[in-house]
Write a protein that binds this ligand. Structure first.
Ligand SMILES: [Zn+2]
Length: 473
């Protein structure tokens, strides 16, 4: 059986989930469900990145022990994924004992091999982050989180050798052996690699500065740099123990991420794998960010929309639908409460909801307990193509084209009039409509699992479904 390993990044446990986390995770879930429906053996992983200075600081401000702090945040994320019907196979937390042990043994191996060495590290330090940044993390020379230029600071640290990988990495990205999607992002990385030589990076911090982290096994006065700890989640989630051998399902077939973390994933992560003698991921898939009214969502601007709020009012499938269809696969998307409500009414309540109710009401009346033969056709070629290319918004367009087609078929054929003159003819029309609706349900299943299930059930029982969409204001 063909295997398929898909990952989201692990999310930093310094705050509650925002809509961007929901976007990446829903998209991964749709693709995981699609792969399963094509008969692949899937491992879908997500999780939490729980160490580092920022969390230590935030926990301190709230007077909490960092472990308790991340326990609480992780529980909020896990509940959200449950409410959003996320079908992950592995949820990794970097404060898990098994993860920490694997990281320590991997670090030992790297140190023994000479891939990690002690040195003076002169680097770009952001006092807001309380950590060193590498050039690849900066945007316009500034820390993307704090919008300020980092200062140059020297510290005694452990470093990971990176410089020897530059050329090989460039080749692999160019040839798509390590594929970066979309092409514009691939070109961005290639031009970055052409201009900058890869530099060895600091992989530790003195313990007195960052105590909330995994101590280096060969020098307990240092804790491991949070990125290194985080990257290894893609291995430990599969049960890898940090030793030799490639775990089942590795390497990842598809790694989803926002554009802000592409560079570290396209440089540090492959270098780390090369040192460990492990294969590189097959594809890094980069999506845009979600804005609100054209601006970045933030608490200070007051334009952030917490996913839990939309879930409570509209339900999981409505939020899954919006994220899947209304956010373009590669560009930044936009989301406002007003826009969400309009889309909900037009496409779901009045669109899919009404169509299903109309067809099933007629079917229930005309067939009265008779079994309807449904024609099972192949899924449309373009739908399959878009799903295989991970362009879920365009695949969803194909579904809604079919919904529109069924709508106009009702207008054209008017079965509700035909039935008064010729019942058999009306039944023929309904057969066509119910078969179409059944196909809609199959195509919807990865996107709106609950709704697709209700439609299928209604067709099987030849009965009007209960209202598919009901909003709780
Ligand atoms: Zn910063």
């Amino acid at each position: 059986m063909e295997k398929f390993f898909i990952t989201t990044p692990i999310y930093y446990a310094n705050d509650n989930p925002h809509i961007g986390h929901a976007y990446t995770t829903v998209k991964a879930d749709i693709l995981a469900r699609w792969a399963r429906s094509r008969g692949k053996k899937v491992f879908f992983s997500t999780g939490m990145d729980e160490h580092g200075a920022k969390i230590q600081k935030k926990a301190g401000e709230e007077g909490k022990d960092p472990q308790k702090f991340v326990d609480e945040i992780s529980a909020v994320f896990q509940n959200l994924w449950k409410d959003l019907d996320i079908s992950y196979d592995g949820f990794i937390r970097t404060s898990d004992e098994t993860h920490k042990n694997a990281v320590r043994s991997a670090l030992n191996n790297l140190y023994e091999k000479g891939a990690i060495y002690k040195g003076k590290y002169e680097g770009l330090y952001c006092s807001g982050c309380e950590q060193f940044l590498v050039k690849s993390q900066l945007s316009d020379g500034k820390c993307p989180d704090h919008q300020k230029e980092p200062e140059i600071v020297t510290e005694e640290n452990y470093l990971l050798k990176m410089s020897e990988f530059g050329e090989e990495l460039e080749k692999k990205i160019k040839s798509d052996e390590l594929k970066i999607t979309p092409r514009t992002r691939k070109n961005e990385i290639l031009s970055f690699l052409e201009k900058h030589k890869l530099e060895d990076i600091s992989i530790s911090r003195p313990k007195e500065k960052v105590s909330w982290g995994i101590p280096l096994p060969f020098d307990e006065n240092h804790t491991v740099y949070v990125w290194l700890d985080a990257f290894l989640n893609y291995l430990t989630v599969l049960g890898w123990d940090g030793g030799g051998g490639v775990p089942d399902f590795f390497p990842p077939d598809l790694q989803l991420m926002g554009k802000d973390i592409l560079r570290v994933h396209a440089t540090i992560w492959p270098a780390l794998l090369a040192h460990l003698g492990l294969p590189l991921p097959k594809e890094l898939y980069v999506h845009g960010h979600i804005l609100s009214g054209g601006r970045k969502m933030s608490k200070t601007l007051g334009n952030a929309i917490p996913p839990s709020e939309l879930l409570g009012e509209y339900g999981a499938d409505a939020l899954r639908y919006y994220l899947a269809r209304k956010i373009s696969s590669f560009e930044d998307g936009d989301m406002t409460r007003e826009g969400f409500k309009n889309v909900y009414n037009a496409d779901l309540a009045n669109g899919l909801g009404n169509l299903t109710a109309r067809i099933m009401k007629m079917s229930e009346q005309y067939f009265e307990g008779e079994k309807i033969e449904i024609k099972n056709e192949e899924l449309p070629e373009d739908y399959r193509k878009f799903m295989d290319n991970s362009e879920v918004n365009r695949a969803a367009d194909v579904v809604w084209d079919l919904i529109a087609e069924l709508d106009s078929h009702i207008q054209k054929t008017e079965p509700f009039k035909v039935v008064k003159e010729d019942r058999e003819k009306a039944k023929e029309i309904l057969k066509y409509l119910v078969s179409g609706l059944s196909r809609v349900a199959v195509m919807l299943a990865p996107f709106l699992p609950e709704t697709a299930g209700k439609i299928t059930e209604a067709i099987e029982g030849n009965k009007m479904p209960e209202s598919l969409f009901s909003r709780k204001e």
